[in-house]
Design a binder for this molecule. Structure first.
Ligand code: SAM
Length: 262
């Protein structure tokens, strides 16, 4: 599916999709219904489910399920590869539902915001999904996402207390080790890996590893995806000496949940 960034208009890239032509046509139809909706803006925002497909709704369900697994642990929520930041917003809102008074639950997102740089590692396969600038949001989107996160936070309990979200722009191979070197006291309760490439995934895993504890949860997007072997290779190399269990996500079979035991 071709995706065009509204902010950077010139960037066009292929999103990953398994939809066939009929489904893509149905999605296009939904887009047109969305654009031509008669709902007033405030009603539209209140009724967004009118346009939320099952394949998107399931992502909310998965994140809700995963949240319950780490809710009793202290520590950070970290997403590596945020794109437009929907998961970060979702996680802020799940935090507000599951632990409204926990203002210690900081949520951190890492992304270039300028999209992918194609991998030169032999451990990755070529894919249109990660050609130059694919998934680029434009560098200035970071401040838009910061505003969005703050706006959601302000809708939630204790919304006047800010500073729980942090967006780190840049190449994860540099930013992840630097962030955790500066924050050695950190604990990581939950980390979502959604980059798919070997080197940034391995750098992110190595960076958080010393900060994990028994019960910490990792959600891996592409562990079993043969077009993205780099994620599984990175995971095996980094966590081979760590006791863990791996489960297939019940409602989203291509995602895997890893629980750290020791
Ligand atoms: C598949 S998208 C993430 C989608 C997002 N997790 C979601 O579910 O909506 C992958 C993201 O990884 C980012 N990315 C790719 N390589 C990166 C790198 N070396 N450092 C930082 N971010 C990177 C891209 O900019 C892109 O936004």
């Amino acid at each position: 599916m071709k995706t065009k960034s509204r902010e950077t208009q010139e960037i066009v890239y292929e999103s990953e999709t398994t939809a066939n032509k009929t489904q893509q046509y149905a999605r296009k139809n939904l887009e047109e219904l969305f654009v031509s909706t008669p709902l007033p803006l405030s009603d539209l925002l209140f009724n967004l489910g009118l346009f939320t497909r099952s394949s998107l709704l399931v992502k909310y369900i998965v994140m809700h399920e995963v949240y319950q697994r780490f809710v009793n642990l202290p520590g950070l929520i970290v997403e590596f590869g945020t794109w437009w930041g929907q998961n970060l917003v979702l996680l802020e809102n799940l935090r507000a539902i599951h632990e409204p008074f926990n203002k210690q639950r900081h949520i951190i997102g890492f992304d270039t915001f300028t999209g992918y740089t194609p991998s030169s590692s032999p451990k990755d396969k070529l894919s249109l999904a990660w050609q130059e600038q694919s998934y680029a949001t434009g560098e200035c989107y970071k401040s838009t996402l910061e505003k969005l996160l703050k706006a959601h936070e302000e809708c939630n309990v204790l919304g006047h207390l800010h500073g729980m979200h942090q967006l780190i722009a840049g190449d994860i191979t540099v930013t992840a080790p630097a962030y955790f070197a500066e924050h050695q006291h950190s604990l990581v309760a939950f980390s979502y890996f959604d980059i798919g490439l070997y080197e940034p995934t391995k750098a992110a895993m190595l960076a958080i590893k010393p900060h994990l504890m028994p019960g910490s949860i990792l959600l891996l997007d592409e562990l079993t995806w043969s077009d993205a072997p780099g994620e599984a290779l990175a995971f095996k190399e980094v966590f081979q000496d760590t006791q863990h269990t791996i489960e297939k996500c019940k409602y989203y079979p291509s995602k895997s949940i890893v629980t750290i035991h020791g």
